[in-house]
Every structure is written in C-alpha cells, then in structure tokens.
Design a protein around this ligand. Structure first.
Ligand code: 5GP
Ligand code: MG
Length: 454
C-alpha cells in the first residue's frame, strides 16, 4: 500500500505536500518522495525512511514552485530499493513527467517484457514505471492523451497523480480499487489518498475522484480544474480492506468515516460471535480499538485498554523477516496484568494474517494471568493473496490459506476464535459506502484477470 498527495497553486506547495505525506505515513513507511515545479523545471527529493526524517527544512526549501506531488512507499511490486522510490521521473519527447502511484498493476510483467523487447530500458522493478514507458511510446504530443493511451493498456489498481510543467493530473482506475479524494485549499485543488491529509493542512474535503475519472489541473491557466471520463466504466470494486485496516480511522474514505465503519464491524462481530463467558472486551491497539468499542457496546461488556502499545517502533508487519516480527510483538504490545488477571476476556483485532501477533500476544496474556481468551477478528479469514497493493502476495504465508478456523484457534492458543463473516463485512461496508467492493483477500474472487504474479 502507498500514499499519494498532490497540490497546485500554493506558495508553499512542497511544505504542504510534506505535511500531507506526514498525515499519510501509515500507508507506507519505507521511503518517500516529492517532486515540485514552478511550471518550468522539476525539483525532486526521494529517500528511504520516514517522512519526518527525510524532509528537512533545507531540502524542502530546494523543492521550489507552486505545485507538487508526493508519495509514501510501502513495497508491493518491486523491492525495497531506492530505485523504486516514487514519484518516478521520466524525460522524453513529452518533456519531464513525474508520477506517484497507489495500487498494483496485474499485467505489469507482460507489458514490461513487451516494452523491453521493443527497446525500453527500465530503471526500477516497480510496476509504475511501465505507465511512463507506455506514455513515452505513445507518439502523443499532449500529456493528457499520452496518459489515456498508456492507461488503456494497463490492468489493475491505480490511483495516480501525474505532474509536468503544464498539468497536475489525478486519476482513479475504472473500478475504484484504491481511494483518492479531492479537496480545496483557498479555492485551489488538492488531492490525497485519504482526507486526513486535508485536515492537517486546513483544506476542505470535496469529494472522491470517481472511478475511471481523470481530473486535470492546468498550471498555466490559473489552476483551473477539468474533469474527464476517458475510460470505460468498470464494475465498482473498492478495496474493503481499507475499511477493515488500512485507512486511518479519522479519514473519510469511500465517502464514509472509517471510525464509524470499524465500530459497526465490531457490533456485527458481537452479533455473529458473542462473548461466551467473557467479562471484559480488550482491543489489540491501535488497529483493533474501534471494532472493540463496537463489540463492547453491542455485547454490553466493559471496555478496557488492557494491552498497551509502545509507539516507538514501526508496524511489526512491515519488517520483512519472521524472526524480527516475532521479537516485534514483545516490543510493541504489553498486557496490563492488573486488568486481565483472573479474567475471561474477549480480545478484538481487525485482522489475522500470519498469526504472529495473536500467537505471541495470547502467550503474554496468559502469562499475565488471563483465565480465558476469546479472540474475535473484525474481518473474515485472510486466505488469499492481494495483487492490488496490499503486502500479502505470498499465499503460503497466510495462516487461513491452509488452516481451518479450529486449527488456527489451536495454533494461536485461544480458548475460542470468531471471525466476522464475509456477508457481515460487506453488509456493514455497503451500509456506509454503498455496494461494490473487492474482497479478493477474503474470497479469492478478484476484480480483474491476473496475468502477472507479482
Ligand atoms: P499477524 O500477526 O496475523 O501476521 O498480523 C495481524 C496484525 O497485523 C493485525 O493486528 C493487523 O492490524 C495488522 N495488519 C494486517 N494487515 C496488515 C498490513 O497489510 N500491513 C500492516 N502493517 N499490518 C497489517
Ligand atoms: Mg494491528
């Protein structure tokens, strides 16, 4: 998963982009980049690491101009190397172009092989570069036509921000798999993966970019905005995992506030999997907190923050090696013995992926004296890979791909385990956002054919 942010017509465009990326840090922590322009030249800074560490006053000052796009990277396609940091830059007969991409193309390998046979030389292993090569080869003189030409050939998930000396362009794929929202700051357009970025910079949220829509901001015509629908309408397939886990709870995504959705998921979970003999509801912080509030409200059991999270380490999931992940759980989550001792508890988390967090956490809770542990997950079993931008491409690593609910319960050592049903999840998500979701990671039903295994 990644984050994108873009802004046009502001004196401090790069500073505001830095802040926007900071608010979207949860969507990617491997590296970030900003490209800005004064309407003539591009100014670029990209580095591995966290937003607050990468962008100093000195290097932001070098990112001149009134318009900028930025990206936080969370590697899915391509490895975690500096070449794969975004925005990806290109120079061709179109002039310079920068592109920031959230999502994953599922025919990137096929297109890359074809382009390489025809002489293209790739600088990175990321799928995003394919779009630039297709644009460069399009023979179109105009950036907008080149983008449309390129995107008609790609399949998969893409929310994109593209910048050159004339335009800032925002695009969402025809199925709307990844989010992208639009707002305004002092009447000038601003774009972000999630609305929380607007809150920070004082911009007003306006609306989602529609699936298949292209919003073009003209840098040379006082930042006026024009909207196009150049792509055929596809069936709406927004990623339901944004509701479950990915988006920040204070964000409006797919037209609804994530906090409310997660609370409702918790209520539905309590309906489907009651607490049995439990006396307390305890979330796995931070991601499980909102569903746990809903679970506690519905089940009328007291809510306690019985597990404390250290905020001084990154998300354990992102660490690539299993050995580091195991250690990370201990570093990150600590039960409060006084709260759980002698108690039968419901522990609520948003998802169970590899099972590392839950297994270790349950051991810690037992060591702290909990008498019974009923684990409740506010999503269905994650049994299938995501090819559209979530970092779970290897099916064998997903516990639920090869284990039944009973054997997962035994593996993690819980007294009972209950997952939200797929129907329950889709019902809650549709109540707030309308119907039309991708649930491939839970059902194995994907929104497009997949010709590339990333
Ligand atoms: P597990 O220990 O089962 O592998 O991971 C479960 C935990 O990882 C849950 O607490 C959930 O919030 C979190 N999680 C689920 N999906 C993702 C993801 O794509 N990225 C990150 N960083 N964490 C995730
Ligand atoms: Mg979590």
């Amino acid at each position: 998963m990644c984050a994108i942010f873009g802004i046009a017509g502001q004196q401090e465009a790069s500073n505001l982009t830095y802040l926007g990326l900071h608010a979207l840090q949860h969507r990617g922590q491997e590296g970030s980049g900003i490209v800005s322009t004064d309407g003539k030249l591009p100014f670029v800074h990209k580095e591995r690491g966290l937003v607050a560490d990468i962008f100093t006053a000195t290097n932001i000052a070098k990112l001149e101009g009134h318009s900028a796009i930025g990206h936080n990277r969370y590697s899915t396609a391509g490895g975690n190397t500096s070449e794969n940091l975004q925005p990806v830059m290109m120079k061709s007969s179109l002039g310079w172009v920068g592109i920031a991409h959230n999502g994953n193309l599922v025919n990137a390998n096929v297109l890359t092989q074809k382009l390489e046979r025809e002489g293209s030389i790739f600088q990175s292993t990321a799928d995003t570069e394919v779009i630039l090569h297709l644009m460069a080869k399009s023979q179109e003189k105009d950036l907008i036509n080149a983008i449309v030409h390129a995107l008609k050939q790609v399949v998969g998930a893409y929310s994109l921000l593209i910048l050159n000396h004339d335009y800032l362009v925002a695009i969402r794929d025809p199925q709307g798999i990844r989010p992208l929202v639009m707002g305004n700051l002092h009447g000038k357009p601003v774009f972000a993966s999630e609305s929380t970025a607007f809150d920070l910079i004082g911009a007003n949220y306006e609306r989602e970019i529609n699936p298949g829509e292209m919003v073009v901001v003209s840098l040379k015509e006082n930042f006026t905005v024009k909207c196009f629908r150049p792509f055929e309408k596809g069936a709406l397939k927004r990623c339901v995992f944004e509701h479950v886990y990915f988006a920040r709870p204070d964000s409006v995504v797919f037209s609804s506030t994530i906090y409310q959705t997660r609370k409702n998921l918790g209520k539905q979970l309590a309906k489907e999997h009651p607490p049995l003999d439990a006396e307390l509801v305890i979330p796995v912080p931070d991601s499980g907190v909102y569903a746990a509030i809903g679970y506690s409200e519905f089940s009328k059991l007291p809510f306690e923050m019985g597990i404390i999270r250290s905020h001084y380490i990154g998300r354990t999931f992102i660490e690539p090696k299993q050995s580091i992940r195991d250690f990370g759980v201990k570093l990150k989550l600590n039960p409060i013995a006084d709260i759980v001792r002698g108690k039968s508890i419901v522990v609520v988390d948003d998802s169970l992926v590899r099972g590392t967090t839950s297994k270790k956490l349950i051991q810690h809770l037992r060591n702290s004296g909990a008498s019974k542990i009923h684990l409740r997950i506010s999503a269905p079993p994650t049994a299938h890979s995501c090819f559209y931008g979530i970092d779970t491409p290897n099916k064998t690593e997903l516990l639920a791909s090869s284990h039944s609910v009973d054997s997962i319960r035994d593996f993690i050592g819980a007294d009972s385990l209950g997952y939200l049903s797929l129907n329950g999840l889709l019902q809650v998500a549709s109540e707030v956002s309308g119907a039309g979701f991708c649930h491939g990671c839970f059902s194995g039903e994907y929104p497009t054919p997949i010709t590339t295994i990333v």
